[in-house]
Design a protein around this ligand. Sequence first.
Ligand code: KIV
Ligand code: ZN
Length: 506
Amino acid sequence: MERVIVFDTTLRDGEQSAGAALNIKEKLEIAKQLEKLGVDVIEAGFPISSPGDFEAVRLIAKEVRKPIICALCHAMPEAVDRAWEAIKNAAHPRIHVFLSASDIHLVYQLKKSREDVLRDSRDMVARAKKYCNDVEFSPMDASRTEPEYIYQILEGVIKAGATTVNIPDTVGYAIPGEFGNLIEGIFNNVPNIDKATISVHCHNDLGLAVANSLEAIKRGARQVECTINGIGERAGNASLEEIVMAIMTRKDFFHLTTNINTAQIYPASRLVSELTGFVVQPNKAIVGGNAFRHESGIHQDGVIKMPITYEIMNPRDVGLPSSSLVLGKLSGRRALKERLAELGYSLNEEELVRAFTAFKELADKKRKVTDREIESLVAEEKRTVSEVYHLDRIQVTCGDRGIPTAAVSLVDPKGKVLADAALGTGPVDAVYKAINRIVGVTNKLTEFSVKSITEGIDAIGEVLIRIESDGVTYTGRGADMDIIVASAKAYMNALNRLLAAKKKAK
Ligand code: KIV
Ligand code: ZN
């Protein structure tokens, strides 16, 4: 069977989602999981866009050796050079050049003529080719561009050395049949198309990103650009897990395969959700909490008798853990390690010791600890590793009569304990004000949400917050059985990211 190349852009287009904001360490962690998942290409970032993006791409290129590591650049000499600088040490580097092609973009945004675009796209692909044999080109907004003009651009860039030509539905405007016709038109009208792979890159503004990608594959495209959980600009990109599982489940229809190790899909989805703070909707195909849950009696009856009656995929094939109720207070470190491995986490010895201590504390308070709670503990442990200030302790008084009051102590980077107290409109406000008095960094809280990880009064509460400082958003997460403590942890997590970014920018 022919293979479809899976090009993952979670770390580039996915990270462009409003509020995603991953730090370098988190990007590397996701890249390593993408490698385990078996993606063929990781688009690691847009190096010229910021020093942080450049560093992340460089680190991923150095550390992640199996897949192709791709760097994005617009069609400008300095952007191409910067992209190469970031990936030159990759085992398999790729430069991805893009330039708008639609008249809408040329007239209103770039103020360029079609001739300018034909020339610049060829020239910049040729420049990239001098550095790297593997060059991809994207005529941005292709689905709103006259097809004859796309053919001309593609012929030019392939002559200049492009080995992949990507057709972006940048604004999610295409309809499957029409998008498929564009792909077919490219095969029939670009004379040198046999020298390049056709790729597609679909956005989800009309909820059609996956449908458009699959139609393009059906018509001969052999690379698909997508993201974990479908995250990305605006309504997102085509979701990797949906495309891959459609190709696998409907082999009879597509007659195609991918390199994806589907058992790593669920761990990848959980990791991206944890690190970006983007919750996966319960009814999301493949990875949503309800995707394999049967509620109606008739369906349950059928699944018990024979799963195929109402399940078109085996949940184990996408890496869903085999049970959701697992460990308790008598479970040992080995059992925790094995459960973590089943969930897709491989911790080093030091991380395991810390995770086990946290697990024991929780197991002492609760009879049973679920998979989601274990994941939450691990995430909480990882968050504390790169802290500037560490939350030492908090104490709060509140109620319907008194004024909410919080006393907080933090440990500063030199190990000194700093304490302060504040009044607030509520307990969380009081805690945040007390922390602000110690840390002294101005910021605005733009989002705050609390959810419980599992059912039951003794569940862990997870808090997600976003704060803004100098126009940049920082996300923070915290988990604890006490939601005020979880709120304080989330705020410290966001503040630590803000402080780290400011220190780096100096
Ligand atoms: O959506 C888009 O057009 C893009 C390009 C940079 C490929 O993300
Ligand atoms: Zn895009």
